[in-house]
Write a protein that binds this ligand. Structure first.
Ligand SMILES: Cc1cc2nc3c(=O)[nH]c(=O)nc-3n(C[C@H](O)[C@H](O)[C@H](O)COP(=O)(O)O)c2cc1C
Length: 351
């Protein structure tokens, strides 16, 4: 028995008999420790190994570019051709040796990139200059078809590497999200329908991973967020988004509430995951400022999530889960901004 018993229950994902070993998921984190070409380094494998050994039941690998034109950052991880498979295999093994599940987060940055990184103008649903990045141009229909194939190939390679599931990165204003955003996607062809590209990618990925591998979809909406005032998501459009993606093959929602998972959405006190529950019965993994075992356990107990994705808490302490299990939550090292500088210098602050 532990004070936080509800963190340690299995969570069946409703597909292929796959179940999360416990309710703590390491959220995807781009740590910029890959080679210049985006291949996995021993540093990254050891990073995952430490978290799996520390009791995290499920690891979601960092946003992984599925195509060279989808790169978002220097030294971020890739899966853009078969030469990347071996590195991911090592990550999967490090997780499995410690009883954890592992999956990749398939990613295309779209407009969130730079000419200096890509060697050409970034691509997006429509012409769009995302703040802080170089102006992107609208993709041609052929480029969109290619991107769908790139996601599909990324999924195939993930399975070849032994992944237990795959996640699509549909959040945080990257390519999948750019198509869904009415303030970014102004296309007049069939890809102007906001869910058309996310659905096509989901279908293609579902097809290639087969019927037994869970497919997780991470999304964010930032309704009511002053940083995104033009995003016209409403309860109705959220409901439609979830409905069509579920029909296309999504099994689990990874709901990114950015930095706060305890605030209301759509002008109400209702949290985003609770809006999601009104429209979908699928399991919900929720991310956003869940830092300690009491907070995380209470969030689950209150019914806002079936599992929680922790990011900064697991940067700070790889042993977070083991300490929670042994009722030693007071020994957990808390996240501090200096941990980010340590990471930049190649030190693991949670070791
Ligand atoms: C260093 C760092 C890198 C991140 N990289 C990614 C990423 O690659 N993909 C993603 O979806 N979210 C990424 N995030 C967001 C986290 O997964 C998480 O949703 C967010 O940090 C909120 O959770 P937290 O409060 O537990 O940190 C990153 C966060 C951090 C701190």
């Amino acid at each position: 028995m532990s004070l936080y018993d509800n963190l340690f229950e299995l969570l069946p994902l409703g597909r292929g008999g796959v179940a999360l070993p416990n309710r703590i998921v390491m959220g995807p984190m781009t740590l910029n420790q890959a080679t210049d070409s985006g291949h996995i380094t021993p540093w990254i494998v050891e990073w995952y190994r430490r978290r799996a050994a520390g009791g995290v039941g499920t690891l979601i690998g960092a946003a992984v570019f599925v195509a060279q034109n989808g790169r978002g950052w220097r030294n971020a991880v890739g899966i853009a051709d078969d030469s990347y498979i071996e590195g991911w295999q090592a990550c999967v093994e490090a997780a499995h040796e410690n009883g954890a599940l592992f999956g990749t987060q398939l990613f295309h940055g779209g407009a969130a990139s730079r000419v200096s990184l890509l060697g050409h103008q970034p691509l997006s649903a429509s012409d769009w200059a995302r703040e802080g990045f170089d102006p992107a141009r609208a993709m041609t229909a052929a480029e969109i078809e290619q991107a769908i194939e790139d996601f599909e190939e990324g999924a195939r390679r993930s399975i070849a590497a032994g992944c237990d599931f795959v996640e699509l990165h549909g959040a945080h204003g990257y390519l999948l999200h750019q198509f869904w955003r009415g303030d970014v996607n102004h296309r007049t062809d069939k890809w102007g329908e906001p869910t058309a590209f996310p659905v096509a990618v989901t279908r293609a990925v579902r097809e290639v991973i087969g019927p037994d591998v869970p497919l997780i979809y991470r999304f964010s909406i930032h309704a009511d967020d002053p940083a995104a005032p033009n995003q016209p998501v409403t309860p109705d459009s959220l409901s439609e988004f979830l409905r069509v993606l579920e029909a296309a093959g999504v099994d689990v929602w990874d709901i990114s509430c950015w930095h706060e998972s305890r605030r209301g959405y759509f002008g109400s006190d209702i949290l985003l995951p609770d809006w999601v529950r009104r429209f979908s019965d699928k399991p919900r993994i929720v991310a956003g400022n869940l830092l300690t075992p009491p907070e995380t356990s209470a969030y689950l107990a209150q019914g806002h999530a079936e599992a929680t994705a922790l990011a900064r808490a697991l940067i700070a302490d790889a042993e977070w889960v083991n300490k929670a299990r042994k009722d030693k939550a007071d020994e957990i090292r808390a996240f501090e901004p200096s941990h980010m500088s340590a990471l930049k210098e190649g030190t693991d602050p949670g070791a």
